[in-house]
Design a protein around this ligand. Structure first.
Ligand SMILES: Nc1ncnc2c1ncn2[C@@H]1O[C@H](COP(=O)(O)OP(=O)(O)O)[C@@H](O)[C@H]1O
Length: 165
């Protein structure tokens, strides 16, 4: 039987990679997979979309690339802002991170990329809706991530879930 897999998703800037890496450091058996980095490094895309200033994801290539690691072996924590093209069977827990718009704005200003688009995405709850349409309700854990206290309690909640399995 494969080990557990956790997907951490949410609008860019909500704190996915920070949280996923905290959980991976607390639970060494979980391997951290940064899909955004893999798309670039392993060319899991069909070139750049200049209008949207992003890579055109090749979803089939992404799924094929990680099928053995996630779909067969398990024990992973996967970080990506898009959640609707992974096979549902991959994940046992889907964490959707949320942040207040003011917080998100401050964080995105520092990174200076696609601020308006990502703020609209959070206001419209795009990732939460995609998650709700793609995964069974009981898999989804929606968590607020506005300050370090919430970040720590989110990591604890995920660790409780891991330890209860
Ligand atoms: N709960 C939080 N409270 C305060 N700052 C946070 C929190 N989560 C993330 N951050 C900060 O926000 C920025 C974006 O976080 P990051 O983990 O890169 O987000 P994402 O992976 O969702 O794009 C980083 O500077 C990070 O330190």
């Amino acid at each position: 039987m494969r080990g557990p897999n956790i997907l951490i998703t949410g609008t860019p800037g909500t704190g996915k990679s920070t949280l996923a890496q905290i959980v991976a450091s607390l639970c060494p058996k979980l391997r951290y997979i940064d899909i955004g980095a893999a798309v670039k490094e392993r060319t899991l895309h069909d070139g750049r979309d200049e209008e949207f200033d992003s890579y055109v994801l090749n979803e089939d290539k992404i799924v094929d690339e990680f099928e053995d690691m996630v779909g067969v072996e398990g024990n992973t924590i996967v970080d990506f802002h898009t959640c609707d093209f992974f096979p549902e069977r991959w994940f046992d827990l889907v964490v959707v991170l949320r942040a207040d718009i003011g917080q998100l704005n401050q964080r995105l200003q520092k990174r200076d990329n696609k601020i308006d688009e990502n703020i609209q995405c959070e206001i419209m709850q795009v990732v939460l809706e995609d998650a709700t349409e793609s995964y069974r309700k009981e898999l989804i854990m929606e968590l607020e991530s506005n300050d370090t206290q919430q970040m720590e309690s989110n990591a604890e909640k995920i660790m409780e879930w891991v330890n209860s399995r």
